[in-house]
Design a binder for this molecule. Sequence first.
Ligand code: PNS
Length: 162
Amino acid sequence: MRRAIYPGSFDPVTNGHVDVITRAARLFDELIVAVAHNPRKICVFTPPERVGMIEIAVRGLDNVRAVHFDGLLVDLATRERASTLVRGLRAVSDFEFEFQMALMNRKLRPEIETIFLAPGEEFTYLSSGLVKEIAMLGGDIGGFVPPTVREALEARLSSLGR
Ligand code: PNS
């Protein structure tokens, strides 16, 4: 059983994430999309809310499941018996941080490999942060996120008075 983890904040999941999930799901028997609880990051959605939106977005991909986790990613990988971590690389600007994380995770747990997938080029400019900013400023995010995420984000921002 080849099992991989695709970790991230996913606040919220975008069409770019879904593209990477779809590509990774073809390479592994099981893909776990792991939503990190990062107390240092201010998120619009709670980890269970982010998991729920991912579950809706990946309906139809039978070998994908979503979880949220606290603590170290490599500990989750060990618990889940996953041998590989998957990250999307959009541009050279992502590389430094991603390379640092991959090497640190390797230092912590040498048997776990990180692989990088290039998303479709139409998603290279997309990020959860920009999607939130555009939504906050009244722009249309319809082309950037799944429909349920659009509704949830617009509802959340309006409840926050944004
Ligand atoms: O989507 P993001 O915010 O770029 O994802 C970053 C994430 C969640 C992959 C990273 O912060 C992480 O792995 N967090 C879990 C805690 C951990 O293992 N930290 C050490 C990383 S070397």
